[in-house]
Design a protein. Structure first.
Length: 318
């Protein structure tokens, strides 16, 4: 039974761990990593977007970042707001030109770069993909977005084939990074599997926003749900979460920025502004995972023998 089981159910979930329960710091290796979040607006000029993003990476590195996470599909406007065959021309091979450029930059700066790109896998076959470049410039591999939305303003199924590489964790110089992408963030199964693969922290390159005509209550509700579901992944899995969104107005969409970092128990330790560009570096304390997992042993108490039904679409038949 957890040492917190006697705590009143009215007490906040985020009550600090009492001093008498804290682990001896000497018993845990000192693992910290400085993560840079690059939240930008984009234009229709691919070259300009890349130039702007590289400047953001350099700024993050100058501020001490060891890992830099970019927003979803940073090279272009978020083109999935319409179904237009011309937009397929934005895709590229991975590895390819962008990973070559970013790999050289990663090596120059000594940082890991997590870069979301539009992948052309073969003629007529495309993915929403994130590549990881290690601090020595090595291309470590890619994750292909598993969950593909199809909603007004987010017509991604027109462009992207669902990922087929499974959930991925990348062992980098500065830690094991679990990469997921945008719509994946609404699925606890994706976060769980990635955490079970040994991720030190989860990252979510993202492109999400408000319709310009929405009322403030709807805006607040949507952003709150978006942040809450990702904070819950941190709580349930005992790992920090880093979510990087774009900002700026594109068509009928105000991308809501609000990039954030949650610690291993879901507490928000940094939140970016909604309507402004921001390059921020946040230091993650990876030792928190052991502390929270020890005192809130959700992984220990999982009933893996009972979860077979989750593989069904819906449980309406015996």
């Amino acid at each position: 039974m957890s040492v917190f089981s006697r705590t009143s159910i009215c007490q906040s979930l985020f009550t600090p761990v009492p001093l008498r329960y804290k682990l001896n710091p000497s018993a845990v290796s000192n693992k910290n990593v400085k993560v840079g979040l690059v939240q930008l607006s984009c234009s229709g000029d691919v070259a300009d977007n890349m130039k702007k993003t590289i400047a953001g990476i350099r700024e993050a590195a100058k501020k001490g970042a060891q890992v830099v996470v970019l927003q979803e599909l940073f090279r272009s406007l978020y083109f999935c707001d319409v179904e237009d065959y011309e937009n397929f021309k934005l895709a590229e091979a991975i590895p390819g030109p962008s990973t070559d450029s970013l790999g050289a930059l990663a090596k120059e700066l000594g940082v890991v770069i997590v870069a979301s790109l539009f992948e052309k896998r073969a003629e007529g076959l495309y993915h929403n993909t994130t590549a990881v470049l290690d601090a020595d410039g090595t291309y470590l591999g890619k994750y292909r977005k598993m969950h593909i939305p199809d909603d007004p303003g987010y017509f991604e199924k027109f462009y992207f084939t669902p990922g087929d590489l499974g959930y991925k964790v990348f062992p980098t110089k500065f830690g094991k990074i679990g990469v997921l992408i945008c719509w994946d963030q609404w699925y606890p199964e994706a976060a769980r599997i990635t955490a079970l693969k040994g991720a030190d922290f989860l990252v979510y390159p993202t492109a999400i926003g408000w319709h310009k005509d929405q009322d403030q209550l709807t805006n607040d509700e949507q952003y709150g749900a978006w942040q809450t579901i990702q904070r819950s992944h941190a709580v349930a899995n005992g790992v920090p979460v880093v979510s990087v969104n774009r900002t700026g107005v594109e068509g009928e969409m105000q991308f809501w920025g609000g990039s954030f970092v949650a610690n291993s128990f879901g507490r928000v330790v940094y939140k970016a502004p909604h309507l402004e560009e921001e390059v921020h570096v946040e230091e993650l304390d990876l030792t928190g995972s052991d502390r929270y997992r020890t005192h809130w042993p959700f992984l220990r108490d999982r009933r893996i023998d009972s979860y077979e039904p989750i593989t069904k679409r819906y449980l309406d038949e015996e």
